[in-house]
Design a protein around this ligand. Structure first.
Ligand code: SF4
Ligand code: SF4
Length: 494
């Protein structure tokens, strides 16, 4: 074990990646930002906020309130500041001792202490950090290509039909997106081709991509795209195209074998092995063409016991960026009591997944999607609803969230779409305005959870998530995995 080559590891993605390429500093520490990028229904890229007092001032410094500290092997410690812009820090024994000394406020002595300040592990005694909003990141858009799907998933929130987006509507949508991106100064547009099963209308996806690429060039805006798919019937020629055009792929996987089949059956064909079809697509169609799909598991009381299998299959055996999101009751699945989240089932399912991961610990950055919408990067809002997120239905109407497809805020795409979603009925409050969250040490990782789900469970927007207890119980285990991963990646753990 080499604990002297570095003293501090900082995990998870962030804009400070550049800063970290510097390697071991003169004070004997290495910073390691390992970007984790994954896709899920609600995922939207957002640069982490910065803090007003990241610079160093004269006077005494001490620990931030609500810092999470946990022991790791060989005397190392994991330290997560509530204000850290990205993931936790892992402190080698000597640095942990140095940091612990600031429990009693003291002036900074040298560059190593100043680096602890920059990492938000120390704060000035007489000032609380103040959040500074980041510049607008990406404008993320759900393009609802069709209501049609060849599967009949038990928790689906889409009212299925053969209805699909026409070419004229799709082109109008893409043009409106870029016009709004330009109007609001976004430097990046991210399109999600979604449904239903968007790949059933692949010709439209190709056409929209071509127009989007054209507009991105004209506006000098970065374009990112992802196809959300059940991965049951992806054609090799379409995947060749995805690989060529750099369109990412997100697939759904709710278990391995029968558990997936039960949750995601073929429409009108009971007993079909949809898991085998997905596994074939991943192993024989996507991976050979260089596409590493993002995997998303919807965790219900029924699928939770299979979370460990998904962790093994996707993360350990195939190194696929994987996220586990908790089922949200919706109007179409509400009658399915067997889907309801039972906290105990969920807790034990996720804990077994974490145990499996710890036993065969990967060293690549895999931990960012292990706990619903909780993220490694600091953020004030759980998602982009009302800010930088648009949902465009197959008829060309505008909605705030994909779970509000049948409650659009506008019937057309005229004018300022961001103003329209900001004024809609779904209210996405910053975490500081949620009762119970504003003093929580996890607030900038969790941001209070999905606002729509909270409203459906409580009738209020300004309270904590119905999953609060689960987040509090599971996040320390996710942070520990990240700490162990960093140690292993740097040769401090076998
Ligand atoms: S929902 Fe719970 S865990 Fe999340 S920020 Fe609020 S109080 Fe903290
Ligand atoms: S409101 Fe909830 S479901 Fe809708 S985008 Fe936000 S986190 Fe996702």
């Amino acid at each position: 074990m080499n604990a002297t080559a570095w003293s501090i590891l900082v995990g998870e993605s962030g804009d400070a990646e550049e800063d970290c390429r510097a390697g071991p500093g003169p004070e004997g520490y290495t910073l390691d930002y390992s970007p984790f990028s994954f896709e899920s229904d609600c995922r939207h890229p957002a640069p982490p906020p910065t803090w007003s007092d990241a610079g160093v001032k004269p006077g005494a410094y001490t620990h931030p309130a609500g810092v999470h500290v946990a022991p790791l092997p060989h005397g190392f410690h994991l330290v997560q500041s509530p204000h850290a812009p990205v993931g936790p820090a892992v402190l080698a024994p000597s640095v942990f001792g140095r940091w612990a000394g600031f429990r009693a406020p003291a002036p900074l002595r040298d560059a190593a202490d100043r680096r602890l300040v920059q990492l938000t592990l120390l704060r000035p005694l007489d000032a609380a950090p103040r959040l500074c909003a980041a510049a607008p990141g990406a404008l993320t858009v759900w393009l609802h290509i069709t209501n049609a799907c060849d599967l009949d998933c038990v928790y689906c929130y889409v009212r299925r039909s053969s209805a699909r987006m026409s070419k004229a509507t799709g082109l109008r949508a893409v043009e409106a997106v870029f016009a709004n991106a330009a109007q609001h100064g976004f430097r990046e547009v991210k399109l999600k081709y979604a449904g239903g099963e968007a790949s059933l209308h692949f010709a439209l996806v190709r056409r929209l991509h071509a127009r989007a690429a054209e507009l991105a060039r004209q506006h000098d805006v970065r374009l990112r795209e992802v196809l959300l798919t059940n991965a049951v019937h992806l054609r090799p020629t379409d995947v060749d195209w995805l690989a060529r055009e750099g369109v990412r792929v997100m697939i759904s996987l709710d278990g391995v074998g029968e558990r997936h089949n039960a949750s995601r059956p073929l429409r009108n064909r009971e007993g079909a092995d949809t898991f085998a079809a997905v596994a074939h697509t991943v192993d024989h169609v996507l991976l050979p063409r260089g596409i590493r799909p993002d995997v998303n598991m919807v965790v219900t009381a029924r699928t939770a016991p299979g979370a460990a299998d998904v962790a093994r299959w996707a993360i350990i055996e195939r190194e696929l960026p994987t996220s586990f999101t908790f089922y949200r009751p919706n109007l179409l699945s509400r009658g399915r009591t067997d889907l309801e989240l039972e906290e105990a089932a969920l807790l034990s399912g996720m804990q077994s997944a974490y145990r499996v991961l710890e036993r065969a610990l990967p060293t690549w950055s895999f931990t960012g999607g292990l706990l619903d919408r909780v993220s490694a990067e600091a953020r004030t809002h759980a998602c982009g609803v009302g800010q930088n997120y648009l949902v465009i239905t197959h008829t060309g109407a505008l909605a705030q969230c994909q779970m509000h497809l049948d409650r659009p805020v506008r019937a057309d795409l005229q004018g300022d779409l961001l103003a329209a979603v900001a004024a809609g009925p779904l209210i996405n409050l910053p975490v500081e305005q949620k009762t119970g969250c504003r003093d929580c040490a996890l607030r900038y990782r969790c941001a209070g959870g999905c606002p729509l789900e909270t409203f459906r469970a409580t009738g209020r927007w300004d309270v904590q998530s119905p999953h609060c207890a689960l987040y509090r119980a599971l996040l320390p285990a996710v942070l520990r995995l990240e700490g162990l991963r960093l140690m292993k990646a740097h040769g401090c753990l076998q």
